[in-house]
Design a protein around this ligand. Structure first.
Ligand SMILES: C[S@@+](CC[C@H](N)C(=O)[O-])C[C@H]1O[C@@H](n2cnc3c(N)ncnc32)[C@H](O)[C@@H]1O
Length: 280
């Protein structure tokens, strides 16, 4: 089932579904919709696809199709609460400051509009949590694109007192990323650089406690080698798309796992795969 990010689409789909339906469960379903909207508002589940959700709970033919299972209103409510923790996986942090509100409002507006190989919300949230947990402050991103992951990283850094350097080779995406950083209110936390990371990463100065690598996969190992000595103790080199079955990714992961100076683990909640290698 395709998961889209549009709440509006979900609601329209839902009413279309209601119009088509002739059975007596419509009023019950409207009740569930109200309950779900109330829950999603309070828990910032804006990325949840409501149409997918209602397809799940309403489509008796595809789901729960056993004739013997005549699930009632109560069964639907139970299903709702079983599904909510799964749907909550992509949830946004709670807004506590004016900046949080600005970032969240931008992310909500932009929901479903990230089309330049950007990370999904779930992975953005994982990066955000990693930075807060480790209290990292000196971050580097390789592969900005239009800035989705950078926004999550910079948002976390705004809370730890840190700053992000992010590198992008494509001028159009770089310019769009700059505009996105402004709209999200995070420009002060991001130093965006236009250029080839093959050159910029080896020559970058300073030490880092958080690196997010999301550019050309075949160069991952070289990026890691270039950053190895610039990583602070306890700092982590995080790489995206490590579930890809390419020879380059396999070689990169083998290199990480054999490296005695780093402990590497994998984030299971990321569908694309995230390796997290922290300097001992
Ligand atoms: C997967 S996208 C990054 C997505 C981004 N992290 C996000 O979530 O919004 C990879 C980006 O890396 C950039 N890229 C690829 N090779 C690069 C290089 N050698 N130097 C800098 N950027 C590069 C691409 O232009 C592309 O925009």
């Amino acid at each position: 089932m395709e998961i889209k990010d549009s709440k509006k689409t979900g609601i329209l789909d839902f009413f279309f579904l209601m119009k088509q339906r002739r059975n007596r469960n419509s009023i019950q379903s409207i009740g569930i919709l109200a309950l779900f909207l109330w829950y999603s508002k309070d828990h910032n589940l804006q990325t949840v696809n409501i149409s997918a959700f209602f397809a799940l709970i309403n489509n008796q033919k595809n789901l729960l199709s056993m004739k013997s299972v005549r699930y009632s209103f109560l069964a639907r409510v139970i299903l709702l609460f079983i599904l909510l923790p799964l749907l909550s996986a992509a949830q946004y942090p709670e807004a506590k400051t004016e900046l949080d509100k600005k970032v969240l409002s931008f992310l909500n507006e932009q929901s479903g509009q990230w089309r330049d190989m950007n990370v999904p919300v779930t992975d953005g949230r994982i990066l955000y949590d990693l930075i807060l947990d480790g209290q990292y402050r000196n971050a580097l991103e390789i592969g900005t694109s239009t800035g989705h992951s950078a926004i999550w990283i910079a948002w976390a850094l705004s809370k730890t007192g840190g700053k992000l350097i992010t590198i992008e080779i494509d001028k159009k995406r770089y310019v769009e990323a700059l505009a996105n950083f402004r709209k999200a209110g995070l420009s002060d936390y991001i130093d965006a650089r236009l250029g080839d990371a093959h050159d910029l990463v080896p020559s970058i100065e300073g030490t880092y406690d958080f690196v997010f690598c999301d550019a050309d996969k075949w160069w991952y190992k070289n990026y890691f080698i270039a950053m190895e000595s610039k990583m602070k103790q306890g700092g982590c080199f995080v790489a995206h798309n490590t579930n890809m079955r390419s020879a380059d990714i396999r070689e990169f992961l083998a290199y990480l796992e054999k490296n005695p100076a780093y402990a590497t683990r994998y984030e299971r909640n990321s569908r694309s795969g995230l390796s997290i290698s922290c300097k001992k």
